[in-house]
Write a protein that binds this ligand. Structure first.
Ligand code: NAD
Length: 315
């Protein structure tokens, strides 16, 4: 049994990671300040090996026990959140990541940074391989998130090279599943909420921009495989099947059997036009690949979330 610290453990991905690690027989310390997460995401956990600690990781982080793994997921992640919390987002990526790397160093733990496909910005290379350095606007409104993650990656590699910390970096591509917040502004929960209420689905631009959507169970399996490997270089984890936003909207209408129509709204600033992971490295080094198709994943999201939560009744 290993002891795993999960920062951001009360968030969407973090709570699924806590479930998975507990299922593997590990002890889990969930560290979260509930800034964008919720106790509702972890209230189902009844396991003596699980503990929640309300800590803001941008402040001092002190953990008395031995730790084997630090999974560092804490950060505002949806555009609605990081545009509302620009300074906090930069601080979590910088001070927060410093603190958690310090914990990993002191405890001699394996460290995993949850980075993002947003480090590639609006990419000129398609699909995105880990060798691509990105095309990010540092001073646009989204820069607070993209640059915080790029800084966190640089910091992680510096702790690895200079301090000998055992680190890993996962570049997460768009992920969906139960416990996404209905009002967090990301495409799938927004479309689902609108479809379940039979209201128009709002597609930005012409809806021709593409995304690749990974079901949460596939992603968590990939994250843990990376943490338990000896790989230090960044690894893309995501589903390479690519859809336009318009295709996604139509699939959501299909699975929800909604009567909604589709309407078009102006594109947000610096919205990437294409997004698709090259997952050759994950396949080669981890033997990982996603298994869940989009329509199945959308159906499982509805079944496992319940219509009330998807429609935003408990947000
Ligand atoms: P989320 O907002 O649901 O979870 C983030 C969690 O971090 C929340 O529980 C929040 O309260 C916590 N947190 C924020 N600031 C904190 C602080 N100072 N101290 C302690 N806890 C703090 O978002 P998510 O979608 O679960 O994302 C988790 C991680 O994965 C993030 O680092 C995000 O950048 C990354 N990621 C997610 C996606 C995705 O599709 N969901 C894609 C790329 C990267």
């Amino acid at each position: 049994m290993s002891t795993c610290v999960v920062t951001g453990g009360a968030g969407f991905l973090g709570s699924h990671l806590c479930d998975y690690l507990l299922g593997q027989g590990h002890r889990v310390i969930c560290v979260d300040n509930l800034e964008t997460g919720s106790l509702q995401n972890i209230e189902h956990i009844r396991d003596a090996a699980f503990e929640f600690r309300n800590i803001d990781i941008t402040e001092h982080v002190d953990l008395p026990e031995d730790v084997d793994f630090v999974y560092h997921l804490a950060s505002p992640a949806s555009p609605i959140d990081y545009l509302r919390l620009p300074l906090h987002t930069l601080k979590v990526g910088s001070h927060g990541t410093h603190h958690m790397l310090g914990v990993a160093k002191f405890k001699r733990a394996r460290f995993l940074l949850a980075s993002t496909s947003e480090v590639y910005g609006d990419p000129e290379v398609h699909p995105q391989t880990e060798d691509y350095w990105g095309h990010v606007n540092p001073i646009g409104p989204r820069g607070v998130y993209d640059e915080a993650k790029r800084y966190a990656e640089a910091l992680t590699m510096a702790y690895h090279r200079q301090q000998g910390v055992d680190t890993s970096i996962v570049r997460i591509f768009n992920t969906y599943g139960p416990r996404m917040r209905a009002h967090d502004g990301r495409a799938i929960p927004t479309f689902m909420r609108q479809a379940l209420e039979d209201r128009p689905l709002t597609v930005f631009g012409e809806g021709e921009q593409t995304r690749s959507f990974c079901y949460v169970d596939d992603l968590i399996r990939g994250i843990v495989a990376l943490a338990e490997s000896d790989v230090h270089s960044p690894v893309n984890i995501g589903n390479p099947n690519e859809f336009t936003l318009l295709e996604l909207a139509k699939k959501v209408i299909e699975v929800t059997e909604s009567r909604s129509e589709i309407v078009f709204e102006p594109l947000p600033v610096d919205d990437p036009q294409q997004r698709r992971p090259d997952i050759a490295r994950a396949r080669d080094l981890l033997g990982w690949e996603p298994a869940v198709e989009l329509l199945d994943g959308l159906r499982m999201t509805i079944e496992r979330s319940g219509v009330d939560r998807l429609a935003g009744a408990s947000d």
